[in-house]
Design a protein around this ligand. Structure first.
Ligand code: FES
Ligand SMILES: [Fe+2]
Length: 304
């Protein structure tokens, strides 16, 4: 997948990473995530000796050991041990490419793009969601991540694709949308009687949020797996007056996502082309304003 200009991308739910290394395909590449103590590490999941998956190995102190011949690699990717050789000077080339990683807001974030000249920027967050409890669910979409993002920024598909669920009472509506810039992204307000009826927020590169009520928000993180697969982490943030029924919200997050997204899946997977960067022939409508705003952001961030 083409690199974008430098951005932090949330790509893994941090709770997936325990003591054992985990392998995840992200941006078309197999990566291994592991922890050296409390610090998360991300590397290419491919041993430089003979290509085995390091994720099948184990963490030994501050190193990861390959399962094939036991070579060990430190957090900087350098080989620290070759157990089957005696008197062997480890060459610098015997190393694994590492990817900068941060842990924030319950996700592991990786840096994509050229290294910044100074410090890495801070990881962007939706600040008002942080103190809230959340229920999580994840789904795999068979489409390019840009198409998946556009789908959730598109109000006007609701009465057609979701006619029996979230678009049920929207038959025959006219879509009036007002756009607002926010740092790192935009808000799109669906207007009714001159007031915002529903508002969504998108933060580049891959976070989306729907503010349903002051105590209830629904967020999605769109994680590129490869050119035709996107892993979507869904999260409901809520403050419930009755703490004991949190499990109900967790269940709601999973169930509602499945119910609604299964209606989107075949349509989004059918869109040609996949990556919207190459969709220059499409004839967009005024009601596509959030899609247009996303494409503008996306083009501005892309390395050419
Ligand atoms: S392939 Fe990893 S040690 Fe040989
Ligand atoms: Fe949809």
């Amino acid at each position: 997948m083409n690199p974008v200009k430098g951005n932090w991308w949330p790509v893994v739910d941090a709770t997936e990473l325990g003591r054992k290394p985990i392998s995840r395909v992200r941006f078309g590449e197999r990566l291994v995530f592991w922890r050296a103590g409390d610090t998360a590490v991300c590397m290419r999941d491919r041993c430089p000796h003979r290509g085995a998956a390091l994720s099948l190995g184990s963490v030994q102190g501050d190193s990861i050991a390959c399962p094939f011949h036991g070579l060990e690699f430190g957090v900087d990717g350098r080989c620290t041990r070759v157990p089957v050789e005696q008197n062997f000077a480890i060459p610098d080339e015997l190393c694994v490419a590492t990817i900068p990683v941060r842990e924030a807001d319950g996700y592991l974030w990786i840096w994509r793009g050229p290294q910044p000249t100074g410090e890495y920027p801070a990881v962007p967050q939706h600040p008002d969601t942080l103190p809230m409890r959340h229920g999580d669910a994840a789904t795999l979409w068979n489409a390019h991540y840009t198409r998946c993002i556009e789908n959730v920024c598109d109000f006007s598909h609701l009465p057609f694709v979701h006619k029996t669920t979230i678009g049920r009472f929207k038959k025959g509506w006219q879509t009036a949308i007002e756009m607002e810039d926010v740092p790192g992204g935009f808000r799109a307000h669906l207007m009714q009687d001159g007031k915002p009826h529903q508002s969504l927020e998108f933060l580049y590169p891959n976070r989306w949020l729907l503010r349903l009520a002051p105590r209830f928000m629904f967020g999605l993180v769109f994680v590129p797996v490869d050119d035709s697969h996107t892993y979507v982490y869904g999260r409901s943030w809520y403050r419930l007056p009755v703490p004991g029924i949190n499990w109900l919200m967790d269940f709601y997050t999973r169930f509602s996502q499945y119910l609604v997204f299964r209606e989107d899946w075949p349509i989004v997977a059918s869109q040609i082309p996949g990556d919207v960067l190459t969709a220059s022939e499409e004839k967009l409508l005024p009601s596509d304003a959030p899609v247009i705003a996303y494409r503008k952001l996306h083009r501005a961030h892309y390395s050419r």
